[in-house]
Design a protein around this ligand. Structure first.
Ligand code: SAH
Length: 418
């Protein structure tokens, strides 16, 4: 390999490559390539994959038109016009041939098989919104990863340095007066918030929290964060929502980053849409961070899959807040009674006797398995298993209380309890 520059001397020179639209060649179609390609696609690189065969994950990228695939072995001219090449093959001779072609063309070459032969190293990376931290371990990837993990833990615990320009996250709208994020906190277990939701929480200046939000999440807020407990706002339900909207908008206009933290997912019976509209009307930039909804997660943690092959091919999530015979009801309970799949009822305890009677009256069999889960995914979780005909009486006898979810359908008895 004539003319090859020996790369092992000297310190590596770190760069952030801006690869949008620039050709990057990946040689190899196995697990290494599978792991490397997503970050290249995330950088909007123009990826050319050269490999006789692909893993299913790489094939999916090809099928979706995210990259171009040459189904053959590497030839040096593959690097014509390339800015970077990633070698992801085991065969050292094939890899060396790529290195030689890359040197000839002055293209940096990352070698998964031989860090000493590489002219560029890929760092271990942790990303926090717009911030990327990249760690090189002096040629030792495991050292790089352990340093990266330590940095990540530090940043997750102390978000200060990440909060320099919160408006950047909100997209093209740059209001001088702060912004709002509607964040789903998950169903109750504080670990079931999303990574993005948790990051938002650690960046917040103001947190407006619901009654159903896991207390432990609030426990971890910085001391200087203003916490508004929305469940303690002293008006009726209608006024309270107005008041919440006002608090959110006012704080954001004062230049603060407001996280509106809501149980489960913000848009599942959470009035998140109204809050988004209030922000939009006030010209305040607002983003939504979806959450793990209790409608799916609470049954799951109680051992009930909302769908199961050959058992239920649908699940319907419905609010039981309004009684079935009320003129205000928007739910066609007669139609729901005709369904065979899983019915997940939120806010259904108060009206449970009327709801189950209506379902039975319209044809859902009384013997259909039913379960009620109180305070699911938390230390206080209680699970009651019954049938559609008996569940209302059983709930009363067991003194179950809200928040609780009612599940009706064969999935209730599909998995062994416990
Ligand atoms: N946005 C929330 C739902 C809000 S409506 C979500 O996506 O999960 C509130 C209802 O959700 C409660 O009355 C109850 O029916 C249900 N719920 C929420 N958390 C629950 C939990 N941990 N256990 C049982 N039910 C829960």
């Amino acid at each position: 390999m004539s003319g090859r520059v020996e790369p092992s001397g000297g310190n590596p020179y770190p760069l952030g490559l801006r690869l949008r639209g620039r050709r990057v060649v990946v040689v190899g179609g196995g697990t290494v390539a599978t792991r490397r390609v997503p970050a290249l696609l995330d950088a909007d690189a123009d990826v050319l994959l050269v490999a006789p065969e692909l893993t299913p994950a790489l094939r999916a990228h090809v099928d979706a038109g995210r990259l171009r695939w040459e189904a053959r072995r590497f030839v040096p001219s593959d690097l014509d016009g390339a800015w970077l090449v990633q070698v992801a093959v085991d065969d050292r001779r094939a890899a060396a041939a790529v290195s030689a072609a890359a040197d000839e063309r002055r293209v940096f070459c990352v070698r998964a098989d031989d860090r000493d032969a590489a002219t560029a190293w890929t760092p271990a990376v942790t990303r926090h919104g717009p911030v990327t931290v990249a760690v090189l371990g002096g040629g030792d990837p495991r050292r790089a990863m352990s340093v990266r993990d330590a940095v990540r833990a530090l940043l997750e615990a102390r978000p200060g340095p990440l909060s320099t320009d919160p408006a950047e996250e909100a997209g093209p709208v740059h209001a001088p007066g702060g912004r709002v994020a509607l964040v789903g906190a998950g169903p109750g277990d504080p670990e079931l918030i999303t990574v993005k939701g948790l990051r938002m929480l650690t960046e917040a200046d103001v947190v407006v929290a619901d009654r159903l939000v896991p207390g432990l999440l609030l426990d971890e807020l910085r001391a200087d964060v203003e916490l508004v407990d929305a469940s303690k706002i002293p008006y009726g339900p209608a006024r309270t929502q107005e008041e919440i909207n006002r608090i959110i908008v006012d704080r954001a206009r004062a230049g603060r980053f407001v996280v509106r933290l809501k149980g489960g997912d913000p848009y599942v019976f959470g009035r998140g849409g109204e809050e988004l509209l209030a922000c939009a009307e006030a010209g305040v930039p607002v983003t939504v961070v979806p959450g793990v909804t209790s409608a799916v997660a609470v049954p799951a943690v109680a051992g009930i899959p909302v769908t199961h092959r050959a058992v239920a091919h649908e699940f319907t999530v419905v609010s039981g807040h309004v009684a079935p015979d009320s003129p205000a009801s928007l739910v066609r309970w007669d139609a729901l009674a005709a369904l065979r799949g899983t019915l997940v009822i939120l806010m259904g305890l108060k009206n449970l006797a009327a709801i189950t009677a209506t379902l039975v009256a319209h044809g859902r069999p009384e013997g259909t398995p039913a379960a009620v889960v109180q305070e699911g995914t938390t230390g206080g979780q209680r699970v009651l298993r019954s049938t559609l005909g008996r569940v209302a009486a059983d709930v009363a006898a067991a003194h179950l209380r809200p928040p609780a979810i009612v599940v009706v359908g064969e999935v209730v008895t599909t998995l062994p309890p416990g």
